[in-house]
Design a protein around this ligand. Structure first.
Ligand code: TXA
Ligand code: MG
Length: 352
């Protein structure tokens, strides 16, 4: 299959009506279209078609019990597909359109293939204008996981999607780089409270401004125990992993620099270092993740840099273990999973 890459100007969607119509026709025929969202690129299919959903799992090589998110144009459009609650609307008012996914009881119109047989469905209303326009023009709810092959880092550019999906899907809409860089926050409503299943740009602190009771699922920061059943099927799978082995170093900057230099002498590695460390690491292949305090930049760059380090041919990637605090939870969650929980303590920990 020939994969068509079509550029769309996010700031002038009107100029791309023809491309959007072509993409919509593919979706209505049960085909797949990759499209940008504010978080990462999605691999879209008609959410009302079981066959279309099954072809998403096939294209990604994804286990069939890991459910897909259904994307809608407006929060109230969820009514047709799920049982909403007043709490859903309070959260929607605060965070939609935007990087928040809410799990609700599903209505029968959503095929079991989309939800992996669960009686709940994940609803998300993306803020990206291309994603919004595709839902509007197609007139369909769009089931979309991240547009990577299962287990790989999620794509934040159309080129990343092309790397993983060339020859597998008919069309990729290229709207430029995704803003956030990691997938949406996923929450489950639980009475008057919420349970955070996957951290993202909508942080626990932000959620607590709307809901008092925000609990964080232990799978966000911990490794699942043997035989333990996660609240979200996606949590049990290996995720976001580059081909190289990623190792997270827990310790001060001087120890990081010394450790990486030592490792570079024995094999090919790439360091994901802070901007402040680039001078000390000129002799070692490195990519700057941004300034130490700039968690937004580090999050934005993570998946792209894991792919870049792979492209450089690294056997090992060394990175700092990020903080869980101050908006760092999403970055921490993705990094420990990309590293398969491989963390090394280095140097003496300085208290700051
Ligand atoms: O930002 C995003 O959410 C991106 C863009 C494309 O919208 N999508 C995305 O989809 O990350 P995916 O399929 O890669 O991740 C969806 C996560 C999985 O961990 C899945 O297990 C969980 O959401 N999920 C989906 N439906 C669920 C449900 N009914 N119950 C529990 N977890 C669910
Ligand atoms: Mg994914």
């Amino acid at each position: 299959m020939q994969t068509k890459l079509c550029k769309i100007d996010r700031t002038n969607i009107g100029a791309s009506t023809d491309v959007l119509k072509e993409a919509s026709a593919i979706l209505r025929d049960g085909g797949l279209v990759a499209f940008p969202t504010e978080t990462v690129y999605g691999l879209g299919a008609n959410a009302l078609s079981a066959e279309a959903a099954l072809s998403v799992f096939a294209a990604k090589g994804r286990p069939a019990d890991n459910p897909l998110i259904v994307h809608v144009a407006r929060p109230e459009d969820a009514e047709a597909f799920a049982h909403t609650t007043p709490l859903y609307y309070r959260l929607a008012e605060a965070f939609m359109p935007g990087p928040l996914t809410v799990i609700l009881q599903k209505k029968p119109i959503i095929p079991d293939a989309v939800t992996g047989g669960l009686d709940s469905v994940a609803i998300r209303c993306p803020s990206d204008p291309v994603a919004h326009a595709l839902i509007e023009v197609s007139g369909l709810p769009i089931a979309a996981p991240s547009a990577n092959r299962s287990g790989k880092p999620s794509p934040t550019t159309a080129a990343h999607v092309f790397e993983d999906m060339d020859g597998i899907i008919p069309m990729i809409l290229d709207g430029g780089e995704s803003d956030v860089g990691v997938e949406s926050t996923v929450i489950k409503l639980d009475g008057e409270g919420v349970i955070l299943l996957r951290p993202g740009a909508v942080t626990p602190e932000m959620l607590r401004e709307i809901v008092e009771d925000v609990r964080i699922s232990s799978a966000v920061t911990e490794e699942l125990g043997v035989g333990e059943k996660p609240l979200s099927p996606g949590m049990k799978y290996k995720h976001y992993a580059p081909t190289a082995s990623l190792i997270l170093l827990d310790g001060p900057s001087e120890a990081f620099v010394a450790y990486v230099k030592e490792q570079a002498a024995t094999g090919f590695c790439v360091a994901l270092c802070y901007e402040e460390e680039t001078e000390a690491l000129t002799a070692v292949p490195h990519l700057s993740v941004g300034y130490r305090s700039d968690i937004g930049a580090q999050t934005h760059r993570l998946f792209r840099q894991l792919r870049e380090a792979d492209a450089l041919g690294a056997d090992y990637i060394y990175a700092h273990l990020p903080t869980m605090e101050g908006g760092g939870l999403a970055l921490y969650n993705r990094m420990i999973r990309a590293a398969a929980h491989h963390i090394e303590k280095i140097g003496k920990k300085v208290e700051d």
